[in-house]
Design a protein around this ligand. Structure first.
Ligand code: NAP
Length: 248
């Protein structure tokens, strides 16, 4: 049996990296998937076409998650196309790393808007639908950096820590309506982006991880699968660390 048969999932930032892995795993598990991208139109549409097989519908939408109005109109369009939203995954995120001494106000604000305000925008936009249907699973992508902090990432760490406080509050506010809200805190996940880095540097990172490897998008997607499905029906307000043991 497929774990997400006939569920509708809305996933932000599904065109590459971790988000792409989630879209693939969810479609394979029977979910109909609406996913967003910011600029990778060609890749996103090709992916949607390829995955729209075996009875599932997969569709890509250009939408800047940082913009409140765009989140509202995206959800209205997804509801028109898919009929409901059972699962929301706020995965879209960016980095603009710099030491506090050098970071600009603009780079601080943009990271907060794309990583944190987007979670507010999207959660607000799906809330009415989930309340009406009296079920929903919301999964927000934080980071080990949001828990531990990281030099050179004050903006990113603040956005990812903010996601945790927001999610725990949503879990308390909406639990009585059977809407669950959980957080995933990935460690070092190897994506197309890390393939471009110097192999020796990446190997040093791997060596420092208890499980001695970087994570894969599938490692994160499988945790999303658990949190999205009825396997986790009594789990809410939690932060699940998926990091090979980096955070203990
Ligand atoms: P990635 O490869 O850079 O992909 C980011 C995705 O977000 C892309 O689909 C991108 O779309 C989309 N996106 C960016 N800005 C957006 C916006 N304003 N509105 C809508 N979509 C937007 O990132 P990743 O490494 O897979 O990371 C995914 C999430 O996991 C992020 O929240 C990140 O902070 C978190 N995370 C990652 C790691 C890691 O090691 N990779 C570790 C901890 C946490 P386009 O393709 O159109 O640009």
């Amino acid at each position: 049996m497929k774990l997400l048969e006939n569920k509708v999932a809305l996933i932000t930032g599904g065109s590459r990296g971790i988000g792409k892995g989630i879209v693939e795993v969810f479609a394979a598990q029977g979910a109909h998937v609406a996913f967003t991208y910011n600029s990778s139109a060609e890749a996103a549409n090709a992916m949607a076409e390829e995955l729209s097989q075996n009875g599932v519908k997969v569709k890509a939408y250009q939408s800047d998650a940082a913009q409140f109005d765009q989140a509202e109109s995206l959800v209205a369009q997804v509801l028109a196309d898919f009929g409901s939203v059972d699962i929301l995954i706020n995965n879209a995120g960016i980095t603009k790393d710099n030491l506090l001494m050098r970071i600009s106000e603009e780079d601080f604000d943009r990271v907060i808007e794309v990583n944190l305000k987007s979670v507010f925008n999207m959660t607000k936009a799906v809330q009415r639908t989930m309340l009406k249907q009296r079920h929903g699973s919301i999964i927000n992508m934080s980071s080990i950096v949001g828990v531990q902090g990281n030099a050179g990432q004050t903006n990113y760490a603040a956005s990812k820590a903010g996601i945790i406080g927001f999610s725990k509050s949503v879990a308390l506010e909406l639990g009585s309506r059977n809407i669950r809200c959980n957080v995933i805190a990935p460690g070092f996940i190897e994506t197309e982006m890390t393939q471009k880095l110097d192999e020796a540097t990446v190997q040093t990172w791997r060596d420092g991880i208890p499980l001695k490897r970087g994570g894969t998008p599938q490692d994160i997607a499988n945790t999303c699968l658990y949190l999205a499905s009825d396997l986790s029906s009594y789990v809410t307000g939690q932060v699940i660390h998926v990091d090979g043991g980096m955070y203990t």
